[in-house]
Design a protein around this ligand. Structure first.
Ligand SMILES: Cc1cc2nc3c(=O)[nH]c(=O)nc-3n(C[C@H](O)[C@H](O)[C@H](O)COP(=O)(O)OP(=O)(O)OC[C@H]3O[C@@H](n4cnc5c(N)ncnc54)[C@H](O)[C@@H]3O)c2cc1C
Length: 405
């Protein structure tokens, strides 16, 4: 049926006016081959849509995707991200058995620690919301938590939550897996090509212009991460997606001693939350949210990051003292004012769909969001999808703050 609906859009092919290559039309054009655009291409092409993905980088996942540290959890503070990431976890955790690719999924769990009453209360208050979605998560007092994570600093520890079904996987391997299966399914990827504008018919967006030519599309999906705001401006949309620079690091490998991702949401003078885990190959990987945020697109490493983060690491896990850091890197969160993504159709620009503003969680949200977009385009929303789309609506008021962002 879909093929029928869209067969007309496949047919025209004409010479680009500048003669550089043929102009083609697709059912869907996705801007961005990252954590979000690539899974969307995979699920759209499985549903029979002819799909083009354009990215300015030379290959898949070279934007924020490859800078993510790989954390995947469903234990969020709002129903939309919980539901989307539950589905993502189903997909990541069964990917190897279903499709054969090694994406390094490890079910290590997540542990949010509390050293102050205020975080203890917040984490306990959240449990009922999280359990309403059948998430396996519980609060553990200090002694019980110390059995799950023996190396936590016991001094001042009040306890924490532990959710055993969360985990981690390789962002680059996962995105590459979505990419290679998309290619098998007929998706066209155009790398080293920059989207510079849009084609319009009245208010309707009918295609994209790049530095190499033009492509027609019934639907244009903006999945350009931290580059989304600039692209929105090209069609007079003021999208609240702001590049926010974050740094991460990896140590030398050591014998396995730590299973879950540890998250500390205590705000400090120079940073808000920070998180770390031990990769299955032995390295400890960590990341921190500086305070105030470092807005902008700067991705050169800083000299302030390691002193800031190592102080906090040792406070929570003194055992890390002798670990040597091998490498640091920096990347961009596509941040929104409230920490929730922007997903949905732009009503004043028919044909234009947003899948952006993923903040610090685009890797884990990717597969869940991708399936949702397909259901949206095919008019096949599940019960519960309307609620998710309301939370992520580009037209919301942006007056809430996500607790665990
Ligand atoms: C240090 C760090 C740690 C992180 N850790 C995690 C984590 O543990 N778990 C998690 O879920 N998330 C994590 N994230 C966040 C995650 O990386 C992002 O949320 C996610 O990658 C965003 O996905 P995206 O597809 O929107 O953007 P991207 O992956 O950046 O993809 C967007 C693509 O659009 C392309 N593009 C942009 N503009 C144009 C244009 N004009 N023309 C053509 N192409 C264009 C870019 O080249 C890019 O490839 C982390 C991020 C950082 C920086």
């Amino acid at each position: 049926m879909l093929k029928c609906l869209f067969q007309n859009s496949l047919v025209f092919m004409m010479n680009d006016q500048r003669g550089r290559f043929p102009r083609k039309s697709y059912d869907v054009i996705i801007i961005g081959a990252g954590s979000i655009g690539t899974p969307i291409a995979f699920y759209l092409s499985r549903s029979g849509f002819s799909t083009l993905v354009i990215d300015s980088e030379p290959s898949v996942g070279q934007g924020s995707n490859k800078r993510a540290i790989g954390g995947i959890r469903a234990t969020h503070s709002d129903p939309a991200k919980i539901a989307l990431c539950q589905r993502s976890i189903e997909i990541f955790s069964t990917w190897k058995d279903t499709f054969g690719d090694e994406i390094e999924w490890v079910k290590g769990g997540y542990c949010f620690v509390a050293y102050r009453d205020i975080e203890k209360k917040s984490l306990i208050d959240l449990l009922s919301k999280q359990r309403a979605f059948n998430l396996e998560i519980d609060w553990y007092e200090k002694e019980e938590l110390s059995k799950i994570v023996p190396d936590l600093n016991a001094e001042g520890l009040l306890g924490g939550t532990f959710s055993p079904n969360d985990g981690n996987a390789s962002p680059l391997l996962s995105t590459h897996a979505f990419y290679s299966h998309s290619v098998e399914q007929g998706v066209v990827f155009r790398f080293r090509e920059i989207v510079t504008g849009f084609m319009n018919s009245g208010d309707t967006v009918t295609g994209v212009k790049t530095n190499m030519g033009e492509y027609g599309g019934k639907y244009i999906i903006l999945a350009a991460g931290a580059g989304s705001r600039i692209l929105g401006q090209l069609i007079s949309l003021d999208l609240p997606v702001f590049p926010d620079s974050h740094e991460a690091a990896i140590t030398e490998p050591v014998q396995r001693f730590l299973n879950p991702m540890i998250v500390d949401i205590r705000p400090k003078a120079d940073s808000s939350n920070f998180y770390f885990y031990q990769h299955f190959t032995g390295q400890v990987v960590f990341c921190i949210t500086p305070s105030p945020n470092e807005w902008g697109t700067e991705i050169r490493e800083t000299s302030s990051f390691l002193p800031m983060v190592s102080t906090r690491l040792l406070e929570v896990m003194p055992r890390l003292f002798n670990l040597r850091v091998r490498r640091t890197w920096r990347g961009l969160y596509p941040m929104t004012p409230d920490g929730f993504p922007l997903v949905g159709a732009v009503t004043e620009r028919p044909g234009f769909i947003l899948a952006t503003g993923m903040c610090g969680q685009g890797f884990m949200l990717g597969p869940g969001i991708a399936e949702l977009i397909v259901r949206m385009i095919t008019n096949n929303l599940y019960i519960g999808d309307e609620m998710i789309l309301d939370y992520l609506s580009p037209y919301r008021k942006f007056d809430k703050q996500e607790l665990l962002k």
